[in-house]
Design a protein around this ligand. Structure first.
Ligand code: ADP
Ligand code: MG
Ligand code: MG
Ligand code: MG
Length: 417
């Protein structure tokens, strides 16, 4: 394949793919017969579906700028390199929960992967009110496997440090999170937007809320310095494609070695956004009550199944350099270690709740909003949903350590008026 980067289009893509024997064979037939459709709905990249007589693939190509904003905001093509590295690592630990990779081209910043069908983006399913009975178990498995197995609980120090080094160059993607998630919603920033004028007051309050800002900055420092595990980094419900039977996590271009709670918090925070958006999607008052209940139940299920699985993996594998088994051979040692694992999970719960709240706030007061809320046409109704979400999110950030379980979070979410 020729190597110089150029943004591909439906005219040029088949020629490039036809030079890849495995992709060519997978699609079948001649390149001229393949159909190409650009379907990228994300903020950053090009995504094409290419269909041949025998098979179909998805081709994701990075652009040298932020798609949502345009070429005034350059962004390195190398994010595709980190996405591919993360996808490969996730596939080692949770092979059934990510799309399979057919091909990767570093120069073209291009990944050819499995076409997920009839999967839909979870966020769209949540807007329509679809229940996914296996989602909580699948996402819990994905997070437990990827977070535990890429942490120093599972691997020796040298491996952990190599992984930190391998992802350390993904700084510009991390900077997007640092700015858009942890900073801009709390200051006057050009890129911020919210449902105005309805939320002008609360947006101004948040910018003057010193205790809230301090808590968020404490979490930003954690995001900047805590190298616990390889995290997905953008694990919202737009990065999950599923059917009632099958769940896949896509789009790990923000991956780096960071705090585990950032991933778990992204899932919980986005479920809560979906919860508060339901009032905007019901045809008559209360119609979505059973579905609201289902969503909140999922926040509890995700945490319960995740923490159980994480602890199981920890029991099975003590091969990391932290908490070496030889230090805890006596009966008292086993007791102390068991208590320590409980403390570890409690801290991870606190981190999760706080990051979840921060993620909710940025989706309402910052640059990138979510379809759950944006698709509510009546701005007054949308603002009522958003105000409740902001009220809950602020509590989650300020009182993260007071919740002793996700059931208490769900209870508090229901109580917001
Ligand atoms: P971005 O980084 O720009 O957000 P994503 O990886 O999230 O890009 O992909 C954008 C969209 O493309 C997704 O929301 C989904 O609709 C579609 N898509 C991405 N990967 C696949 C896939 N493997 N199979 C089917 N559709 C996909
Ligand atoms: Mg995406
Ligand atoms: Mg997307
Ligand atoms: Mg992305």
């Amino acid at each position: 394949m020729s190597t110089a980067y150029r943004a591909l289009n439906d005219g040029t893509l088949p020629g490039v793919l036809s030079e890849l024997p495995n992709v060519r064979d997978f699609l079948g037939g001649a390149a001229e017969t393949w159909t190409v459709e650009e379907v990228g709905d994300g903020n950053l990249n090009l995504v094409f579906i290419v269909k041949g007589p025998q098979g179909a693939v998805v081709v994701k190509q990075a652009l040298p700028y932020v798609r949502l904003v345009g070429d005034s905001w350059p962004l390195p093509l190398e994010r595709s390199y980190y996405e591919h590295m993360a996808l490969s690592e996730q596939a080692r630990h949770a092979p059934r929960l990510v799309p399979k990779i057919h091909h990767y081209d570093r120069d073209l910043a291009l990944i050819v992967m499995e076409y997920l069908t009839p999967h839909v983006i979870m966020r769209k399913g949540l807007i329509r009110g679809v229940e996914y009975p296996l989602f909580a178990g699948h996402i819990a498995e994905f997070m437990a496997q990827t977070l535990f197995n890429t942490s120093a609980l599972a691997v020796p120090a040298a491996v952990h440090k190599q992984r930190i080094a391998a992802f350390a160059g993904n700084t510009e993607l991390c900077k997007i999170t640092e700015d858009l998630v942890f900073t801009d919603p709390y200051r006057v920033a050009k890129l911020n937007r919210w449902t105005t004028p309805y939320l002008d007051d609360i947006a101004a309050q948040f910018r003057r809320d010193e205790p809230l800002k301090i808590k968020v900055q404490e979490r930003k420092l954690q995001f900047l310095t805590s190298a616990e595990a390889m995290i997905h980094g953008d694990l919202h419900t737009g990065s999950v494609m599923l059917t009632p039977q099958d769940t896949r996590v896509i789009d790990p271009e923000f991956a780096f070695v960071g705090p585990m709670g950032f991933d778990v918090g992204a899932v919980i925070g986005n479920l809560l956004i979906a919860y508060y958006a339901q009032a905007g999607h019901e045809e008559r008052f209360g119609q979505r009550n059973p579905y609201r209940h289902w969503i909140l139940l999922q926040t509890e299920n995700v945490w319960r199944l995740f923490s159980r699985r994480f602890l199981e993996l920890w029991d099975k594998s003590r091969s990391g350099d932290a908490y070496m088994p030889e230090l805890f051979t006596e009966p008292e040692g086993a007791v102390a270690f068991a208590a320590e694992k409980q403390r570890f999970m409690r801290k991870l719960l606190t981190d999760t709740i706080s990051f979840a709240g921060i993620k909710m706030i940025r989706r309402i007061l910052g640059l990138a909003h979510t379809e759950d809320l944006e698709s509510i046409k009546d701005p007054a109704l949308r603002a009522r949903c958003e105000r409740k979400a902001l009220t809950m999110a602020r509590r989650m950030v300020l009182d993260a350590d007071r919740f002793t379980g996700m059931n208490e979070v769900a209870h508090a979410a229901r109580a917001v008026l």
